[in-house]
Design a protein. Sequence first.
Length: 325
Amino acid sequence: MQAWQVHENGEPSEVMRLEDVETPTPGDGQILLKVRAANINFPDALLCRGQYQVRPPLPFTPGVEICGETEDGRRVLANPALPYGGFAEYAVADARALLPAPEALDDAEAAALHIGYQTGWVGLHRRAGLEAGETLLVHAAAGGVGSAAVQLGKAAGARVIGVVGGADKAAVARELGCDVVIDRRAEDVIGSVKEATGGRGADVIYDPVGGEAYAQSAKVVAFEGRIVVVGFASGTIPSPALNHALVKNYSILGLHWGLYNTKNPKLIQHCHEQLTELAARGAIKPLVSQRVPLSGAAVAVQKVADGVSTGRIAVVPSQQNGAAA
């Protein structure tokens, strides 16, 4: 089969190589899946750079979430078991962790429903307890993780403020349903949020960026507000001033979605059922901005690494070269 291999750590476009390799053999409790679509996530870039919390042995195939097909023809969602990741024609996954692909979504959309939307649902509902009528602020609202949080926030009845970087991303955030869009490159984020909330601030803040975005969050979080720390796409891990949290009475909530696979797998199933129902009634629909053939995966992963993509980019192995949508 064909698969992208990383033999040394570095930038995705420099270290990913498309090669002919042996089809992987599943281990105990694993299953071989034909890859129908593989969604690109920021962790794929971190894996290539050797900066992710999991460091598979070299060489490995990146690609941490797929819509795959079982030997008996079932469409399923899976997190491939590295080193046999999803940027390949076949991947290996834990058979017990498979989830049925929602019928309302095509392969690329289904692949994008997994990590980002599960993270968003758990972050907003279980960790932050978002309620209808509250104000939700989403950083990087036009990105893969942020766009999921925007849709889930709107589905929950929240007023959503989206922070983005650039006019193009601002347009995407509006299309996603943001009630207020703030272009951090052209506007003062702190002043704009205070103006949009009458000085009260945001009840829940969803932050996959870290760095300056977190510093802004601490200044605009409402009384008894909740800041959900999802990741650090900026590359800077903030050091919160806990005296500030005490003075303003707000909570800082960490969210590592992957832990639920081992700590509380029943929640993963429940979350997927909720997301499937939301997709069936059209309340959420993953924004797939681009579908690329297997040969275009390295360039696409680099786009995500550089922060210039919107929504999700999906790798579709069956797609012919040059047929990207």
